[in-house]
Design a protein around this ligand. Structure first.
Ligand code: V0D
Length: 258
């Protein structure tokens, strides 16, 4: 409750949002929500700003989205922050993006701790700059005993590479006798993926009008509900997340009945 007051104060539409949140919380909330945060560059271009301005604005939206997800009782929020393909972007843009975790955590880590959020990361750590990894690992360490929302950043993540690596580990475990081929099930295979500790996402959100997965959680999204919007990530607001969850709840009601 306190959290909510802090969240919504200074907003003239706060009571409307608060009422809406309470209404939505009466129906089942998706446990795991995954978001492809697309459209930062386009947002900047529309304003004749450099692309990095869009990424910076997008970072602020990560904070708002995290706080609302926590308030709604979502258990895991996975955010696609950087793909294995994103290295192809101009060097200055990549360099800037790699500073965002430090800036984000430098500003918001105390707030995340206060709100019992656990920070996690999935992706290939080796290629990340040391300064980026250091900031994230510090945040993971300082929040590891929290038991509220898991804020999972997909960073230098690619789903096909993740699956191929899982297959290699399975083969390795078969060779060294830890696993028998006949024992391999979908569930066991899942435990070799980077998402081993999380349930599959119930809801996938993608912003910016692209209707594709772009190598994101291909295995894990097999049964998820998808919600796409033309809204660019920096323009994504509390109302949009609430709408996505409402749509999810309506679909659940339709397919849940006999
Ligand atoms: C840029 C929109 C927060 C997507 C959001 C390095 C593109 C802003 C983080 C972050 C990025 C990551 C880990 C962490 C804390 C914060 C972030 C990247 C990009 C890729 F522990 N925003 N953000 N990371 N953008």
């Amino acid at each position: 409750m306190l959290n909510k007051l802090r969240l919504w104060k200074n907003q003239n539409n706060s009571s409307i949002l608060r009422d809406k949140i309470e209404e939505i919380k009466k129906s089942p909330i998706p446990e795991h929500v995954a978001i492809i945060m697309d459209g930062n560059g386009r947002w900047a271009k529309k304003r004749a700003l450099p692309r990095i301005a869009g990424h910076h604005e997008g970072m602020k939206v990560v904070r708002k989205t995290t706080m609302l997800a926590n308030d709604l009782g979502i258990k895991t929020l996975t955010l696609y922050a950087f793909s294995t393909e994103n290295w192809k972007r101009p060097k200055n843009e990549v360099d800037y993006i790699m500073k965002l975790p430090e800036e984000f955590l430098g500003t918001f880590l105390p707030e995340l701790i206060e709100n019992n959020v656990q920070v996690k990361m999935m992706g290939y750590k080796n290629q990340l700059p040391e300064h980026t990894l250091r900031a994230i690992e510090k945040a993971m360490k300082e929040t590891k005993n929290n038991d509220g929302l898991v804020l999972n950043f997909a960073l230098n993540y690619g789903s096909r590479a993740e699956i191929v690596d899982a297959v290699k580990q399975v083969l390795n475990d078969c060779q060294n006798g830890k696993l028998k081929e006949s024992e391999l099930t979908e569930q066991i295979f899942s435990s070799y993926l980077m998402t081993a500790e999380f349930p599959d996402p119930d809801l996938l959100i993608r912003t910016s009008g692209e209707i594709r997965l772009s190598n994101f959680m291909l295995w894990q999204l097999a049964y998820s509900e998808f919600w796409f919007t033309d809204v660019l990530w920096p323009d994504f607001s509390e109302e949009h997340l609430l709408e996505a969850v409402e749509v999810y709840q309506k679909r659940q009601r339709r397919f849940g009945g006999i």
